[in-house]
Design a protein around this ligand. Structure first.
Ligand code: ASP
Length: 444
């Protein structure tokens, strides 16, 4: 099979549109299960309404489509840990001066925190101006049980692995990053022995990158099935009731993605944002369909290195780190949601409370993995901090999936913007690669 000839982005786009249409049609033929005693929708473990049993729901939506989408997302996720570990070890070992790690690390983390702070501030200001919560009828979904929240101290303690095997098995990204960095440094200072091991890692890196390509071939099928499932299953009826909230979050997300990032890219690097977006589109589509920055790491990393020209020694660190700690899209949802819930509950928050929200959401994003719905769990903590009722999340959960998809695409766009900025500032961005004409081929 000639992998060079496959126009993957085009196929994924077609699959997305086809999936959405199929899902919308199917949604007309299925109903949500209702508890006959209370009349409330029955929710699954993730607080989403479940479908009534029927051939369509059991064998097509929750059967065949479930198989296709799970097979794709699992295969992609399966690559994340080996890819990050091997790639980051190679990246660290390639640093000519290990002390540079500190500067790169600090720069990256500060930029990530800054963009998240900007994102949530814009979101809060927009929500205060537009007031999405006023005049909203209660469309509350009963029975929402707020998830567990993490303490900030634990977030930081958790960076240190107790057992590296356990970190790898659990896919604990911050611990894996910490372990790979130290291992990479150890390889550099181990002379010939280290070099031999490093050569093995370099070969392994090439093999895993090829694996990424193979798994990407499943994307059109997986994306079709996932999107069809989402559109058939989610209670989008509530979008109309919450249209103001939905549209506001979506607009702020788009502003952040298409105004804030390109401006930063232009100012800090002088690179053309249009080229940037064109080359990142594939990764954005993956993020949108999987709603997981984490599962998208292999595709984001590929785009950053091979299409945008960021050197592996920068991208192998910034991309996985970003997928774990940098969630601007998520912060935007949280900013708007906090104001929305305050307005609905008739509670006026003070300036100090808004500042707390900005700080808390920015810090909380550090400890949350880039997986679907993670942002809602963090929102529980943010609401709790300013004394808002966490169970009000039940209001927005019905329409969160679609927003999750959009904000995940924004999240990885942020990771890649900062990757380019940091790489450029270190002289590690190959502008020839960045400006090379883009071809929609699986092997670029
Ligand atoms: N799904 C998002 C991500 O993976 C996190 C969230 O906002 O729920 O980046």
């Amino acid at each position: 099979m000639d992998l060079h000839k496959i126009k993957l982005t085009r196929y994924i786009l077609i699959a997305m549109i086809g999936g959405a249409l199929t899902g919308l049609v199917l949604s007309q033929f299925v109903d949500f299960a209702v508890n006959p005693e209370t009349g409330n929708a029955i929710l699954d473990s993730k607080n989403r309404p479940i479908l009534e049993h029927s051939f369509l729901s059991d064998y097509v939506i929750n059967g065949f489509f479930q198989f296709l989408s799970e097979a794709f997302i699992r295969s992609l996720t399966a690559l994340v840990v080996p890819l990050v570990f091997v790639s980051l070890v190679c990246g660290t070992a390639a640093m000519d001066d290990v002390r540079k790690l500190g500067t790169v690390g600090l720069k990256t983390i500060l930029l990530y925190l800054a963009t998240t702070g900007i994102a949530i501030s814009i979101a809060i200001i927009a929500a205060l101006l537009i007031k999405p919560g006023l005049g909203v009828e209660e469309v509350e979904m009963q029975g929402y049980v707020p998830g567990e929240t993490k303490s900030l101290l634990n977030v930081f303690i958790n960076i240190f692995p107790r057992n590296v095997g356990e970190s790898l098995v659990d896919g604990n990204m911050l611990q894996i990053i910490a372990a790979s960095l130290v291992f990479g440094i150890a390889l550099v200072v181990s002379g010939e022995n280290g070099q031999r091991v490093l050569n093995f890692f370099k070969d392994m890196n090439e093999v895993i990158m090829k694996l990424v390509i193979i798994v990407m071939l499943m994307a059109p099928f997986g994306v079709f099935a996932k999107i069809a499932q989402v559109f058939a299953k989610e209670g989008f009826g509530t979008i109309f009731a919450l249209a103001k909230y939905f549209v506001l979050v979506a607009i702020v997300l788009l502003i952040h993605a298409f105004v804030v990032y390109p401006t930063m890219l232009k100012i800090f690097t002088g690179l053309n944002p249009l080229v940037f977006f064109k080359k990142l589109r594939n990764a954005q589509l993956f993020a949108f369909s999987t709603a997981s920055s984490n599962a998208t790491i292999p595709v984001t990393l590929r785009a950053a290195e091979q299409r945008l020209g960021a050197h592996n020694k920068i991208a192998s660190f910034t991309v996985p780190l970003g997928a774990t700690i940098n969630m601007d899209g998520t912060a935007i949802m949280q900013g708007v949601a906090t104001v929305f819930i305050a307005q609905i509950s008739g509670i006026d928050l003070s300036i100090t409370q808004y500042l707390t929200v900005i700080l808390a959401a920015t810090m909380a994003s550090i400890g949350t993995a880039g997986v679907p719905s993670a942002g809602l769990v963090m929102l529980t903590m943010v609401l709790g901090l300013v004394g808002l009722p966490p169970d009000k999340i039940g209001l927005i959960i019905g329409i969160d999936r679609l927003l999750d998809m959009i904000r995940t695409a924004v999240n990885i766009t942020g990771d890649t913007t900062i990757t380019c900025i940091v790489a450029n500032s270190e002289g590690q961005l190959d502008k020839k690669v960045f400006n090379r004409p883009f071809e929609d081929e699986i092997v670029s």
